[in-house]
Write a protein that binds this ligand. Structure first.
Ligand code: FES
Length: 152
């Protein structure tokens, strides 16, 4: 049985649990695909339009595939003046994608975020939830090569 079937079965008798159901699918697949939403719509007898509005209303849901690793580059004012645009360029050039995109091999998703509240560490990048501050090109290269310990 596919993971999605198990999840749907778990919530089959609980219409109130639609958001939890979507959360479980999102955790399992790292995003909500159109195919998954259609499946939920059919199985739970809920209009697809309702599922799309829930999926777009809650910021934690994504409708596009996420990479295995998530990178957020802070573009808040303090990080911006400390060179965040150049750092973002370094990251996107190295991965050959645009902000908001996922690499073709599904390894990385890069996006920009606003101030993360640790401005003194700027320019700042978050890699799989871990903060890496005072970035420069060398640190970014090491990070993307997997030498995470050296740049924290
Ligand atoms: S502006 Fe980047 S952490 Fe505040």
């Amino acid at each position: 049985m596919f993971a999605i079937d198990k999840i749907i079965n778990k919530y089959r008798k609980d219409r109130e649990g639609l958001i939890a159901l979507l959360q479980d699918i999102s955790t399992e697949y790292r995003y909500l695909s159109e195919e998954a939403l259609k499946r939920v719509s059919e199985e739970m007898e809920v209009p697809l339009s309702k599922l799309f509005s829930l999926a777009t209303f809650y910021k934690s849901f994504r409708l596009t595939p996420r990479g295995e690793h998530e990178i957020q580059v802070c573009m808040g004012t303090a990080c911006h003046v400390r060179g965040a645009p150049r750092m973002l360029e370094n990251v996107t050039q190295k991965l050959n994608i645009k902000p908001g995109d996922t690499t073709e091999d599904g390894k990385y998703t890069v996006e920009t975020v606003n101030c993360l509240g640790t401005c003194a560490l700027g320019p700042l990048l978050v890699y799989d939830g871990k903060y890496f501050g005072k970035l420069n090109r060398r640190k970014i290269e090491k990070l993307l090569e997997g030498s995470n310990d050296e740049v924290e």
